[in-house]
Structures are given as C-alpha cells and as structure tokens.
Design a protein around this ligand. Structure first.
Ligand code: SF4
Ligand code: SF4
Ligand code: SF4
Length: 207
C-alpha cells in the first residue's frame, strides 16, 4: 500500500477511511482509551517515524496526522512469535489472523514494533454501534488488527480504506513491476516506518 500524505492534510481527511474500516470490521468504540481497538488510526510524525525525525522538520509534516495501520511486514515478528499460528503470513504476503486460534498470550503485541495490534480486554460485542453480519465479531481475550481487507480482496474488491481515499491510497502487488502500486513507487519518494528494524513494512508513505 502507498499512502500519499500530500492528499491527506488534515485529520478530517482521514475520517472517512477510518470510519468505513471500523464499520465493516465490527470494531467496538470504548470510552476507556486503554481498551481501544485500532485497525486504522491517525498518528503524528514524531510517533509515526520516530527514528526518522530530522532536527528541523517542516511545519506541514510536523502538524500532520498520518494514516496508520498494520504494515504487513515482509519479515513479520508477530508471525514468528505466535505460538498457535493464529497469526500467519499468506503466500501473497498479507499477515492474517485466525481469531479462533488466538489464546490471548499477546506475544505478538510485544513483538510488533508498530503498535498495530489491539487486545480485547472485555467483550467487544455490546460496544459495536451497528454489527456487520458479513464479518466476524471477536470475543474477550483475543488480539486483532488490520487484515488488508482480505474478505474484500477475495471477491475482487479493493480494501475499503483505499476505495474511500479519493485516490490518496494505492494498493496492489509489490512483486508485479507493472502494478499500479509499483508505478506510484517508481515515480515518488517514499518512506516506511522504522526501516532500520529490518521488518520490511509493506506500507509506504509519500511525504
Ligand atoms: S506491523 Fe506489526 S502486526 Fe503488522 S505485520 Fe508488522 S509486526 Fe505484524
Ligand atoms: S495473542 Fe493470539 S495472535 Fe498473538 S501471539 Fe498469542 S495466540 Fe498468537
Ligand atoms: S486495509 Fe482494510 S482492514 Fe486495513 S485499514 Fe484499510 S480498511 Fe481497514
């Protein structure tokens, strides 16, 4: 995925994408921030790119909100540490979860250097505004995260956030040199989150 941050200047610009992701994936809304479940959210530059903050960061980037999600890392540490294979990497590179296999040990949360995973400290079901019957709800004690909309890809659709982004997000096959996502990467300067860790994030940011 490539995120063109030049087209997403304010937090309001991110809202339609966050809203649609929350809605279709039955993400609960808790008052208590410690219990928050996040698949797609906004972060400031200093939290998004902590190892890449220059001494004199320009004002636009300093005050911007960056769209944040699981990076579907090439060498995903969450996959390596999961004792039950509830977290696994699909052949196409997407890092998925089988909620039924998750025992809530949270090793994956400790291993993910991006804070991309959330834990259900309580039963999320009463806190879902309007349940989407086409997507599973989760239970207390289970971890969850962005699934790159695997359920939509399976029926030939783009991820919901990409569809709602008005062209700010591009999604596709990084291994295909002719794909749209590779074309965008060829013609723009991009950065990734914490590249020095060697996890190989699959989410790129045009800044
Ligand atoms: S961002 Fe975190 S949860 Fe997502 S694949 Fe990488 S290590 Fe795993
Ligand atoms: S919390 Fe679930 S997904 Fe995470 S490591 Fe444990 S079993 Fe695997
Ligand atoms: S790719 Fe799908 S699951 Fe991931 S943040 Fe976007 S809408 Fe949510």
């Amino acid at each position: 995925m490539v995120i063109d941050t030049r087209k997403l200047q304010s937090e309001e610009d991110l809202e339609p994408m966050i809203e649609v992701c929350d809605k279709i994936h039955n993400i609960p809304k808790f008052e208590n921030k410690n219990h928050e479940i996040k698949w797609l959210w906004a972060e400031e530059f200093k939290h998004e790119f902590p190892m890449q903050e220059p001494d004199f960061l320009n004002d636009r980037l300093k005050h911007m909100s960056f769209l944040t999600l699981c990076n579907h890392c090439e060498k995903a540490p969450c996959v390596r540490v999961c004792p039950t294979k509830a977290t696994f990497k699909r052949e196409d590179g997407i890092v998925l979860m089988d909620f039924h296999r998750c025992i809530g040990c949270r090793f994956c949360m400790a291993a993910c250097p991006y804070g991309s995973r959330s834990f259900n400290f309580r039963d999320p079901r009463p806190f879902i505004k309007e349940t989407n019957p086409d997507f599973p709800t989760r239970t207390k004690g289970v971890v969850e995260k962005c699934n790159f909309c695997a359920e939509r890809l399976a029926v030939g659709k783009m991820p919901a956030c990409v569809e709602a982004s008005n062209g700010a997000l591009t999604f596709g096959d990084l291994d295909d040199s002719e794909s749209e996502v590779r074309k965008v990467l060829r013609s723009n300067y991009t950065i990734r989150r914490k590249p020095a860790l060697g996890t190989g994030p699959s989410v790129f940011y045009i800044v």
